[in-house]
Design a protein around this ligand. Structure first.
Ligand SMILES: [Fe+2]
Length: 188
């Protein structure tokens, strides 16, 4: 379980940092950049109610496990909807929707998906590929950049992928500086 918590803690901070960078690159107004930081931190909060054994499973999930895991955006929405700005909750709800409509939970496509969700999807994918997680070893940054480019227009909003690529090309992707739980909890 501790490994899962470490994964989530570092992951959500890095996703927030990258989502903010993409949002600024796309000239979002300050209120939406602030929302992006919240959505980045909270996008996976629904995983609190997902079985830890499923979260930590090293191999592919079976159908039941996958359906269970795929409830986390709706659980997160329900947790946050009463507490924050409605647009933060909605961005959490739609953070696994794909540009081509083959995502979940609703199969929304294109601009029907909130822009904040489309941005977090790219940041989430980049961090998932480049980080050591319970079920997958980290892959190189260049590999992840190529994945974003190759899947622009299918999985990813082309405008978001373009902004991400502009950051990557200039060497302006945020450094992986988020603290780990170990740093935070270490005795002083
Ligand atoms: Fe997620």
């Amino acid at each position: 379980m501790k490994g899962v918590v470490d994964d989530l803690y570092g992951h959500v901070h890095r996703v927030a940092d990258l989502a903010i960078a993409i949002g600024k690159e796309m000239s979002l107004d300050p209120a939406n950049v602030k929302r992006l930081s919240l959505v980045g931190i909270l996008h996976d909060v629904g995983k609190i109610h997902i079985d830890p054994a499923v979260l930590a499973k090293p191999g592919p999930l079976d159908d039941m496990e996958r359906d269970h895991m795929r409830r986390h955006p709706e659980i997160g929405y329900a947790m946050i909807a009463q507490k924050f700005d409605r647009r933060v909750a909605e961005a959490i709800l739609y953070h696994h929707e794909r540009w081509d409509g083959f995502g979940y939970p609703f199969g929304l496509a294109g601009e029907k998906i909130p822009l904040l969700s489309r941005i977090v999807l790219v940041a989430d994918a980049f961090d998932a590929i480049t980080s050591n997680r319970a079920y997958q070893a980290a892959l190189p940054v260049d590999y992840a950049i190529n994945e974003i480019v190759v899947n622009s227009g299918t999985q990813f909003d082309p405008a978001v992928a373009e902004a991400f690529l502009a950051l990557a090309t200039r060497g302006d992707l945020p450094a992986k500086t988020a603290p780990t739980t170990k740093d935070v909890l270490a005795p002083t």
